[in-house]
Ligand binder design. Structure first.
Ligand code: PAF
Length: 282
């Protein structure tokens, strides 16, 4: 595995690989890699000739009162994980490389962001698509790999790729979970012991909710049931519980279409998200 820190070197390197007809798989990350990222790197290495993983904690996607400073970082550990799981090139740019002082353009997302994290974290997805556009230009991937845990991000990136005609195939991989059901996330490290014991209840509530939906409960019954389960928890508080069509992310009044049941929950130093997507129930 080689580590590249500048966009110039990265662009030169990728140009050469593309000229040789090699397919490029791209795993964009903000580091502090976990088994969710590992599943993306492994899938990319099965499907592509070269795997590029990027590590960049993107300041543009954090709001002023969010956890940019607390976001966990460990580049030594990340290098090892990336190397052992199929990454050929680790792209590790600085803030100055990604946001040169003389550049002042950013993208704005106008669809699929009025709800869920888009509503709760204004500007977050503008930051995500801006950095991904830069990364797609630098790396020129054929396939880009994302986890379903960030389902709204997947829906927004799907729209970005279609809106800007990127020749990139979006691959969504299943959420990787701890044995107790908690979705793997870099932010889990910021949970205290008591919160760690409660956090798996998010997935438990989602599983119960999706079973109820499949058995004929209405959208409002399922939502209320989720709220009741989560309101009863000892620590933290609900940020949202929503049921929406997927990937359009529009309000639904039945389960007659593919539907996401999504939750965000705030603990003291970590805001966790999770979801289940269910196929149309007729
Ligand atoms: O999912 C993430 O880790 C980030 O949002 C991404 C896609 C790397 C963009 O900064």
């Amino acid at each position: 595995m080689i580590i590249i820190e500048t966009r110039k070197r990265m662009q030169e390197y990728m140009r050469e690989k593309k000229q040789n007809g090699l397919t490029i798989g791209f795993v964009p990350t903000m580091g502090f890699l976990h088994e969710g990222h590992v599943s993306l790197m492994r899938r990319a290495s099965q499907e592509c000739d070269i795997v590029v993983t990027s590590i960049f904690v993107n300041p543009l996607q954090f709001g002023p009162s969010e956890d940019l400073d607390r976001y966990p970082r460990d580049f030594e550990r990340d290098q090892k994980i990336a190397r052992e799981n199929g990454t050929d090139i680790l792209f590790y740019p600085s803030n100055e490389e990604m946001y040169p002082n003389d550049a002042g353009t950013k993208l704005v997302v106008t669809k699929r962001t009025e709800v869920l994290c888009g509503e709760k974290r204004p500007g977050h997805f503008d930051g995500v698509v801006t950095v991904l556009t830069k990364l797609f230009h630098i790396i020129q991937p054929d396939r880009a790999y994302f986890g379903q845990k960030d389902a709204q991000q997947v829906a927004v990136v799907d729209d970005l790729i279609r809106s800007y005609f990127f020749p990139v195939k979006l691959i969504t991989c299943p959420t990787v979970r701890e044995e107790d059901g908690l979705a793997k996330s870099s932010r889990n490290v910021n949970l205290n012991e008591k919160e760690k014991a409660i956090a798996p209840k998010l997935f438990e509530a989602l599983t119960i909710a999706s079973d109820k939906a499949k058995k004929g409960a209405t959208v409002s019954e399922v939502r209320q049931d989720m709220l009741d389960q989560m309101n009863g928890l000892e620590y933290g508080k609900i940020d949202y519980v929503e049921l929406l069509s997927y990937p359009e992310l529009e309000i639904v009044d039945s389960f007659g279409q593919k539907t996401i049941i999504a939750v965000a929950y705030r603990f003291e130093n970590a805001r966790l998200i999770d979801n289940i997507i269910i196929e149309a129930v007729r």
